[in-house]
Design a protein around this ligand. Sequence first.
Ligand SMILES: [Zn+2]
Length: 384
Amino acid sequence: MASSGRDGDESQKGEAESCVGNGSSSKDGYQQSNEDEGAVELIRRYFAEKLGFSEDKKEVFQEKVKALTEASVDGVIKYIQERNCKNIITMAGAGISTAAGIPDFRSPGCGLYSNLQKYKLPDPQAIFEIGFFRQNPQPFFTLAKELYPGSFKPTLCHYFIRLLNEKGLLLRHYTQNIDTLERVAGLPAEKIVEAHGTFHTSHCLECKHEYTVDWMKERIFSDSVPTCEKCDGVVKPDIVFFGEDLPTRFFVCAEKDFPKCDLLIILGSSLTVQPFASLIDRVPKVCPRLLINRERAGHRDWVMAALQMGRGLDFDSRDNFRDVAWLGSCDEGCQMLADKLGWGDELRKLVVDEHVRISKQQNETSKRQTEYPSEKKRAESEHQ
Ligand SMILES: [Zn+2]
């Protein structure tokens, strides 16, 4: 929606050109480059050729053009306002959901695996391996019950992303999370790419019959392994296991979206899981990238940074004009951005109102289940 009227190659080309045109002062700077820089450039090209990192020359030239007047959060805010950003892409990892109480299952010692010891897993990650799941699905469903989406409320960060969309700034939100909190926060489904799948739908591993989130929830909470009503095969939520392909939507959208991106905001991701992490290099060379995370992530190797080659974020080099790291929690970082954009109070109010609404809904559901304990049985018989 935010991209309406800006789709198509023509407008993209126009945007890319205007990016170059706007940095007039730095363009002059490039023309006046001294002999030292010329020598560095020669060495860079030599290595690029020898090591096979040779890139499109036009793109390398564009890399010299400043996207931000200063590589700082204030520089990014100024850029959003002056450039009238409409194609912001947000990329999110587990860090945006930890404040909701959802443990990062990749963090050691998060306690998530403690009650799985009885299953004697070969290693904790086996729980998300498709081969292991086919042999023994029970450990996964035990964990799924504990992690089940619906028992959590979205964080301030989730609502910030919703606001970005409501203000017409968001092109798409790419998430590594399977907790569906973006949907719960009210971000429209067409704006979300769930790179590692979702609990929102499930499929039978054998006949591929689809099941709804409510159907799956019933099974998970009754401590049974969900089996297909058509063929008795095991039914698995559509989250991506190790050894499975990412959803087609991820590849289709990434191909279309990233060349159009005018600002990339990376939230709460350590950028270690591929191919998700490599998305950061698919934005145009002049597109600013803001990382909001507890620690630096996705950083380019310093040798490569010195040679202006390689991939990844580059916060420290002298020529950095587009990569900014803000270290802290995602909620604090997003509130800070909202304050600077003049939406601070609106965001606070949205979070309070939505949390009240969700609490009310959760209370009603649990009350109904206490008053009508037979409801579950009735629901089950309806499925038969
Ligand atoms: Zn089936």
